[in-house]
Design a protein around this ligand. Sequence first.
Ligand code: PEP
Ligand code: MN
Length: 338
Amino acid sequence: MIIEMVTGASQGEIDVVVDRAKSLGFKVQLNQGTDKTVVAILGGNTGQVQTDVFTVLPGVESVTRIMKPYKLAAREVQPIDTVVACNGIEIGSKRIVVIAGPCAVETREQMIEVAKQVKSSGASILRGGAFKPRTSPFSFQGLANAGLDLLSQARKESGLPVATEVVDPSDVTLVAETADILQIGSRNMQNYALLTSAGKSKRPIILKRGFACTITEWLTAADYLLDEGNKNVILCERGIRTFEDSVRFSLDIASIAVIKKVSHLPIIVDPSHAAGHYSFVPSIAKAAVAAGADGLLIEVHPNPKEALVDGAQSLTPVAFDRLMNELRPIAKSVGRYI
Ligand code: PEP
Ligand code: MN
């Protein structure tokens, strides 16, 4: 249930609403905008309470029920877009933020070389997985702690903040010591123990869409992070499983428009995992920018032929540079820049 207070409602009036909700056993989240305060009433059984319980209170403008299962990620709770700040970079603002780097951290040379190359092409955040959630237990699982160390070195040498995936709830604190941004992968979107643990971290979180999950399930998963007090959630569309098998996953381009309508969270797009092949990446990336994505997450490897993971979908630094130049006029045409 969402309670919109009148413009200029007093603190006393807000307190009465909050106390009433708490006395009924609900959790409350306050969103204090510049003009208005919105009070979100949270709990599984808000449907059993009459909206009039709040409508009659002084200073209340409107009371609306949210029928959707997600609440904190909903635009009704926060009408203004969330802008996530990371080392002076804003995600969800006018600048389209490009996060680039290899699928997996492999060697010091690989990371430092790619970090410098993507930076010179205009990327502002470096990616690379130290912990890799693989479909098969026999595939390369990442360098783990040694990979985190290489990420730190690349961060230091290039000056780029780093985004890396965390797969285990008990690793969140460790990964957050190195990472500027934590990534929760598609396979873990509904790993509620991981979401709860990551939500306690102060680091911004990229929440990838589960490849068999609806937008509603995605936003409900985001609520786990938000409910733990981490407001810095970045959604990442990376393609969903459909009957189409000529690409690895089908990028749901419409999800950008849907998220912009129903949520205040920024959304970035990963064209690499959707494409599955480097030749499809530029087209999907350009479509995402044209459709209003706030950023891109692109796999770039200094030598894709030798990559331990996802070489086929990785761009070479030269191809990445070309793509960045092609993206700039598209960003400009939709009132953004890269
Ligand atoms: C990745 O970013 O390397 C990754 C494993 O992505 P996803 O979780 O989207 O498959
Ligand atoms: Mn990958």
